[in-house]
Design a protein around this ligand. Structure first.
Ligand code: 5HY
Length: 246
């Protein structure tokens, strides 16, 4: 099977990190393509960044539909453009936040999330509400590091994440920790060994869920709100998103 893992920001080093983590967990026979939009924010750290990156996600899904793609993964912890992406394909589309929430609740009664900047914690809280996991999550914490520090100041960033995970372990009465950024995809084992708790990460969780859905022959339903968008003309620099009558 072929899975397209989309990093919604435009930092190639982070796309490579995400691609390596996905390949490292994929089953034999699963081919991973890691891609990023040609236009958009180098990191996603605000509602504005999220909104712009969501357009890039839909363009990457449309590119994937021009080749054989069995599933898509949106590798940003805000799951930007998830429902719009699902409208554009019959293949499963999985956001890494949603995937991590599902996996964490299968191994623990309560978990906490450790993300990057404090200002993005609200985005994770909105997703917990939207997906129905609010009561499973004790706290959404921030290591207070910019997203790109994960690529540029990796050791210092890792130390701050581990410190915040230890505070979650000692204060939140939890059984597991969810890492709140696609750029943390390769830190799971290091953090789990340092903190002594199961650590759930979204990219690898999403790969396993995608393989399970494709293996079950399940895809995005085209009945109801996730049906293909109606044919429509888009104008200006969105003209390329116009949809012809099939
Ligand atoms: C992410 N930003 O996973 C989110 C993390 C965050 O560029 N990739 C990003 O802080 O919301």
């Amino acid at each position: 099977m072929h899975i397209r893992v989309i990093n919604p920001n435009t930092t190639s080093a982070m796309t490579d990190t995400i691609g390596e983590a996905a390949r490292g967990i994929a089953a034999p026979g699963t081919r991973i393509t890691a891609s990023q939009p040609s236009s958009g924010p180098v990191s996603i750290e605000s509602h504005f960044d999220e909104t712009i990156s969501a357009v890039g996600v839909t363009e990457e899904v449309q590119a994937g539909e021009r080749e054989a793609t069995d599933a898509y993964i949106i590798a940003c912890f805000g799951d930007p453009g998830l429902l719009a992406a699902r409208e554009l394909t019959r293949a499963p589309v999985i956001g890494i936040a949603e995937a991590a929430f599902h996996m964490a609740t299968l191994i623990s009664t309560r978990f906490s999330i450790v993300t990057t900047l404090g200002r993005t914690t609200i985005i994770a809280e909105h997703l917990l509400e939207q997906y129905g996991f609010r009561h499973h999550c004790r706290r959404v914490r921030a290591a207070d590091i910019p997203v790109l520090d994960l690529e540029e100041n990796g050791d210092a960033a890792l130390d701050r994440i581990i410190d915040e995970c230890r505070r979650a372990r000692d204060e939140d009465n939890i059984g597991a920790i969810v890492l709140g950024c696609g750029g943390m995809a390769e830190l799971t084992d290091t953090i789990s060994n340092a903190v002594g708790l199961p650590v759930v990460e979204g990219v690898t969780s999403a790969v396993k869920l995608a393989e399970a859905l494709v293996g079950l022959g399940l895809g995005t339903s085209k009945y109801g709100d996730l049906a293909f968008p109606r044919p429509k003309t888009f104008t200006g620099h969105f003209e390329h998103l116009s949809r012809e009558t099939p």
